[in-house]
Write a protein that binds this ligand. Sequence first.
Ligand code: ADP
Length: 737
Amino acid sequence: MLHSRILLFLFFTLNMFSNGPIAKTDTLSRKAILKLTAEATDNLSAFKFEQSLATARVALRYAINRNDDYLVAKSYNTIAATFEALSEVDKAIFYYKKGLAYADKSSNDTIKSSLNNNIGNIYCFELNKLDEGVNYYKKALEYSTKIDDTRGIYITKMNIAWAYFYRGNFEKGRPYLDFINKHQSDYGGKGTIVALNMLNGMYYTNKLELDKADSFFKNAIRLGNEGNEKSDLSYAHQEYANLLKKKGDYKKAYENLVIYNSIRKSLEDSDKVKRANIVGVNLELDEYKRKVDTIENEISLQYLSLQKSRVIVVLFIIALTVVLLLLYSVYKNYSFKKKINADLIIANEKLFIAKEKAEEASYLKSQFVSTISHELRTPLYGVVGITNMLLDEHKELADSPHLSSLKFSARYLLSLVNDVLQINKIEENRIVLESLTFNMSDEINLIKNSLSFIAKSHDNHINVVIDPSIPEYLIGDKLRFSQIIINMVSNALKFTNNGEVTIKADLVKIENKAHFIEFNIQDNGVGIAEEDQEKIFDKFVQIGRKEIDYQGTGLGLSIVKRLLELFNSTISLKSKIGEGTTFTFTIAFDHDPAKSIELINKIQVDLTSSEIFKILVVDDNKINQLITKKIIEKNNYKCIVVDSGIDALEILETETFDIILMDINMPLMNGFETTIRLRQKGIVTPVIALTAFDKDEIIEEALSAGINDIIIKPFEPILLFKTINQLLYEENETELV
Ligand code: ADP
């Protein structure tokens, strides 16, 4: 027996839409699809199953294309309902559930309520699963209550009552019957009136209130015949037959059953069903196609994701390789750095050792140079002194080429030793310029005189041209200045024959106390070739030395250049082969008028003395003793010589001297020690150290020992007497004060 219950559909007012043909495009507006679903529902209500399915199929296709869950659910609802009407229960359930799946994805509670209600019908009336069916009904009630859909609530409650009555459970159905009875006029509407009367008829039949039931059934049948609810009319006849059976009116019961059958037959017209089934097959084909599409889609998605995963795997492998390579390079780098560091540490250690060795070597070198020069100077002092003595004592030997050769060689050796010592000191930055007041003009003239011997031997004339605006007294290192001028002038004289050498000094600038004086040492000698002009300032460089006989060590210009650097000055030259050379440099000397006046006053004192001074010479070297004694006695002074410090202290116990000349380097007791001791004894006699040591090296120790002055051997006799006179004069002055 077929029980088609009250289905729920959504009805829309679609008057605004035209009824024109559907465009054969893949997309259709939402409203047009809604119109199609409404059309399908109308067809179903009119039992036009074929049209209903065809229209719903089109609506479904467009709804799917639009990806509209609500419209898809709605289309499935109509399709399922049509199949239900065609007694295709399995298909009906299948499409209802599909619809419900889409409905659940949408936010529309009306469609959710409809589908649950319709599934409830199938479970209760077709599958005999009352409880499950009622559950669906209750879900439908939840949704319709939520959106306050009173008609939906009414229909679902009517279906529940019917389902319970259909299963003979009248008590459970009773509350629902009461509800629908109460709200018929406001919620129920026309379409439910036949069913309502029929349900009351069923209830009262069960209650055996047969007359009451009879009246309800008659009402139902009357209204059914007047309206469109033919299906409900058929059920009303069927249930009425049950009542008539109970009454024992079998004839009428039979008649009603005949009417029931004829109505159902007209509804389930076999042709209609056939045609509808053909459409239904198409629909199923669609469904299969969709399934195939979905599967293909899934496959292609899987393929894509596989592709993606492949790409990801490849990328991962590449990234991993890169990371591994990076790690490897970091590791390599690290081990390389470690190795380099280790190498560096070793190199550093080596460098440190090398530096220490170099420092030690440098120290040893300077020690060596100073020791050697000291050791050389002492015998040279002897050689030069004895040569002089020989020449003095044997005038007939004055022209002896051997003797003059000896003298030349000794002097050459001496200047070499002095130059080496000088350059060594400069290179070790051991020279600090002094600031002494001196008369520049006097100094230059002194140099001119002392070099007159070389000038004569080369038939040269020396001119001195001094700018009168240069102050008479300047402050600076007179000794180093003289050294520069001597070197320059002696070079000019050596490389000029029968010519002129001019020493020119000009005041070029004054800045506060500093007087900038430009010196030009000019000659008209052999000249220096352009390509040699830079080289000549290097150590031991001598140009065109072979043939010409002149003296020199190749250190002169190198010393000059370095000394000038100490004066913050540089040297330049202009020269042409065969025409001569001019060297130029500028030195800034301070000028202090007050100091100059003081000095002038001092110089006016007459230092010449006719007194005969008594001098003690303390020296262990016999040759030196001899030479010094000769020099002193030549100046008519009295000289007593002792061999050692001890002897000196002894003689000083009994005798007094005006001056003591003290050698420093002596065995047992050196010059410093001897002086300290004699000072301890209260002897104040001025002590002059006569030494082959460099003055700078011993000056501090000498002064602290009580030595008054130092003279470096070999010395010019005049320097010795000048120093002696100066000390004695100072002594007299302090005595006077
Ligand atoms: P030395 O004079 O001992 O040879 P220097 O360093 O003083 O060493 O000079 C280096 C070289 O420069 C000399 O050998 C000489 O060739 C050249 N020289 C220096 N001064 C002059 C000058 N006034 N005229 C020509 N040549 C010069």
